[in-house]
Design a protein around this ligand. Structure first.
Ligand SMILES: Nc1ncnc2c1ncn2[C@@H]1O[C@H](COP(=O)(O)OP(=O)(O)OP(=O)(O)O)[C@@H](O)[C@H]1O
Ligand SMILES: [Mg+2]
Length: 364
């Protein structure tokens, strides 16, 4: 078993103690939380970890709803129903449906793995009432329920007035608490920070940062030790330099490095692992790059080479990288940010995907 998984693993989870404490405090204080960060820093895993602890403490019950790839209220309500049925009616799904979805017309298909799949027939008018019914069910549980909506920015794209419907359904609840989570896109920010929107100021905000480098460093070392392997500090340092300490990339490279290590992780092994990874994924990154216009390509490469660019419209950057006019750079930066090729951090623009950045730095 490789301990550096890219799935949540309660046995090998690095730090986040401060964040868990804060989330727990919000729950104790009856506050909903908005949890956001750039991609792949560990929001989903953090919620899973919190839920693991809450369930273990037997004081709370938890429902995790992933809204990734949902396209309307019907999807949201279906997933929420499924999660409630899984949590409370695992033994008798059909009884559960009668209990949880009273009056809703449902059908069930069995998928290839033998798992029942729920389908709800919801008309426009009973979406709202079904949602309220589900939340009332949770509200009536003896233990307090915490619900997480992950990738919550998806609801902005729904054809219904989803924000208003959800806000109206959530507002009267006195016990059920929510964690809304997603990447720090303008969609999510506007939802919670624009005074015109239903979710304005409705949650305590928590911005997830990188795991502290010291703690991550120790975590990697002690995990190797746990499996009777050594890791040279310089080797761990090289992993962290390459990944800039971003969680997903660090887990990923550590996973490969662990696999390649018989007794001792050395810088040579790390260098080799990184080279092999970039080499074998070259074509995919090349294809990604080829989807961009000539202008966007050049700007992405230039930003990658710089690492971070505070002022991409400044004349120094434009002349240094022989880019076209300010207006075309400005347009391309906007498009690249929307496509999430570039990310606008506080200090400036950077290539969003660390591995893509390393690919651009190495081959261009
Ligand atoms: N504290 C941690 N210790 C060990 N591994 C972690 C930790 N946090 C996250 N991970 C791992 O890092 C990877 C990225 O984490 P996760 O998917 O939670 O990020 P995310 O912020 O939800 O990303 P996205 O914005 O793309 O949804 C996952 O493989 C996860 O298992
Ligand atoms: Mg996530």
């Amino acid at each position: 078993m490789n301990p550096f998984t890219t799935r949540y693993n309660p046995g090998h989870f690095c730090d986040r103690e401060k964040e868990i404490k804060q989330l727990r405090a919000n729950i104790d204080n009856g506050l909903n939380t908005l949890l956001h960060s750039p991609r792949r820093l560990g929001k989903t895993a953090l919620i899973r970890h919190l839920f693991h602890k809450l369930e273990k403490s037997r004081k709370h019950e938890t429902i995790f709803v992933d809204l990734f790839a949902t396209s309307g209220m019907e999807d949201l309500i279906t997933i929420l129903s499924e999660k409630i049925l899984e949590r409370y009616h695992r033994k008798n799904f059909f009884d559960g449906i009668k209990n949880v979805l009273k009056g809703v017309s449902t059908s069930i298909t069995i998928d290839e793995t033998g798992k029942p799949e729920l389908k709800l027939q919801l008309g426009e008018s009973n979406k709202k009432t079904t949602l309220e019914q589900l939340l009332k069910y949770l509200e009536a549980r003896k233990k307090q329920v915490v619900v997480a909506f992950d990738e919550f920015q998806e609801v902005v794209k729904y054809p219904e007035k989803a924000e208003a419907i959800l806000r109206t359904a959530i507002q009267p609840l006195s016990r059920v608490l929510f964690i809304f989570s997603g990447s720090s896109s303008h969609l999510l920010r506007e939802m919670f920070f624009s005074a015109k929107r239903p979710f304005y100021q409705s949650a305590a905000v928590m911005v997830l940062d990188k795991i502290s480098p010291d703690k991550y460093f120790d975590f990697i070392g002690s995990t190797f030790k746990e499996y009777s392997k050594d890791a040279e500090p310089e080797a761990i340092g090289r992993i962290m330099d390459f990944t800039e300490g971003y969680t997903y990339y660090t887990q990923f490279i550590s996973n490969l490095a662990f696999y390649q290590t018989e007794k001792k992780l050395t810088t040579d092994i790390v260098t080799q692992v990184i080279s092999d990874y970039l080499e074998s994924n070259k074509t995919d990154y090349q294809n990604l790059l080829n989807l961009l216009s000539e202008n966007q390509k050049r700007i992405s490469i230039s930003v990658a080479k710089e690492g971070i660019v505070a002022k991409p419209m400044a004349i120094e950057f434009i002349t240094k990288h022989k880019l076209p006019s300010i207006s075309s750079v400005s347009q391309a930066i906007k498009t690249l940010t929307n496509k999430e090729i570039l990310y606008r951090a506080n200090e400036g623009y950077t290539v969003y995907d660390v591995f893509f950045k390393r690919f651009l730095q190495r081959y261009y």
